[in-house]
Every structure is written in C-alpha cells, then in structure tokens.
Write a protein of this length. Structure first.
Length: 58
C-alpha cells in the first residue's frame, strides 16, 4: 500500500493507493507540502525480520 499525505494550514489529508504507479501519477499533480510513503506490514510474507536492521527498533 502507498499513502500520500498532504499538509496544509487547515488540515492534513491522506490518500491510499494499491500500487506505487498509481500513487506517483497522482503525487505529481498535488500541490503543496506532500509526502509519499510505502506502507510495509511485517506480517506480509515476503518481508522477514532478517531483512530489517534490528538496531532500528531497539
């Protein structure tokens, strides 16, 4: 999952996308302060703790 977070003086909005391609297509048209984030769940099968720097979480 990919999320675009848009910050403004009045509020913060978040938009979810299933693919990076979808998110990047929309991202280039959004104006203002924005962040594109990939959401990673540790219970997803391709991701294993051995692939993660354990010092980051300690």
């Amino acid at each position: 999952m990919w999320v675009i977070t848009v910050h403004s003086k009045e509020n913060t909005k978040m938009f979810e996308f299933n693919t990076e391609r979808e998110a990047r297509e929309v991202f280039k048209y959004i104006q203002g302060s924005k962040v594109l984030t990939k959401i990673v769940y540790f219970n997803d099968s391709p991701i294993q703790m051995k692939d993660v720097d354990k010092d980051t979480f300690m």
